[in-house]
Design a protein around this ligand. Structure first.
Ligand code: 8X3
Length: 255
């Protein structure tokens, strides 16, 4: 099968978890990668380990996003320009029911998951269109299509990001931009559950307790790498990826 011949990617959310694993995976396959996240110290380590270029900034800040676009234009100037944008920055805060939902948690989740994705895409679309074979991959979640108790804020944000992704695919096909959605279920990462549960380590560990083989960040990065590495005319629209132990959002086998 022919491979995608384009190989200049920007990856957001690169300082930990799936974003970091995606940078490693793409670099191992010879991609030129710009790793973008807020925490410069973590990015610097990743850059020296993998040879990716690092750029520190916040997906919710227009100035940071504009600076990233300039950095990418400069970094990829000699190799054809950016062709692939991978939006992994995101996350959950809180497990409150609607009855006790906290505005600040909902605001944060909308900003990072929806507005951050929008800002990155809008800023890079001119370059991706003019490249002629662009790819945008958004990491959503199984929470983007199935709601659950205690998930409302995260569900609402991820449903929103899913809707944005679906509309974008329709809008950009005529510009030969493929739009891929990767929707993971339970993934055991360093920070996702910890951030969601306000830093409570024991509660975060309980999420994965007894699950023999949860998905790891590297598993999802393999799927992302596969999807963006396929020949450009192949668009994996929506990929759901779960551990075998999680047959559905409500069915998790613990031993
Ligand atoms: C993470 C999946 O099940 O915690 O995006 O909502 S879940």
């Amino acid at each position: 099968m022919p491979e995608n011949s384009s190989k200049n990617a920007v990856v957001t959310g690169a300082s930990s978890g799936i974003g970091q694993a995606t940078v490693r995976r793409l670099r191992a396959e010879g991609w030129n990668v710009i790793a973008f996240a807020r925490r410069a110290d973590r990015l610097d380590h990743l850059a020296s380990e993998t040879g990716a270029a690092a750029f520190a900034g916040d997906v919710t800040k227009d100035d940071d996003v504009a600076a990233l676009v300039g950095f990418a234009a400069h970094t990829f100037a000699g190799s054809g320009g950016i062709d692939t944008l991978i939006n992994i920055a995101g996350g959950a805060r809180g497990t409150d029911h609607v009855a006790t939902a906290r505005d600040e948690d909902w605001d944060w989740m909308f900003q990072v998951n929806v507005m951050g994705t929008l800002k990155l895409i809008r800023a890079f679309l001119p370059a991706l269109r003019s490249h002629g074979r662009g790819t945008i991959l958004n990491l959503t979640s199984t929470a983007a299509t199935t709601a659950y108790e205690g998930g409302s804020g995260y569900n609402a944000a991820k449903f929103g990001q899913h809707a944005l992704t679906s509309a974008l695919r329709l809008e950009e096909a005529e510009h030969n931009i493929r739009v891929i959605e990767v929707a993971p279920g339970l993934v055991q990462t360093e920070e996702f559950a910890l951030n969601r549960l306000g830093g409570d380590r024991e509660a975060a560990q309980r999420i994965y307790q007894g699950v023999a083989e949860p998905l790891m960040a590297e598993d999802v990065a393999d799927v992302v790498g596969y999807a963006v590495g396929l020949a450009h005319h192949i668009n994996l629209d929506h990929i759901t990826v779960r551990p075998v132990a999680q047959a559905a959002a409500h069915k998790l086998i613990r031993r």
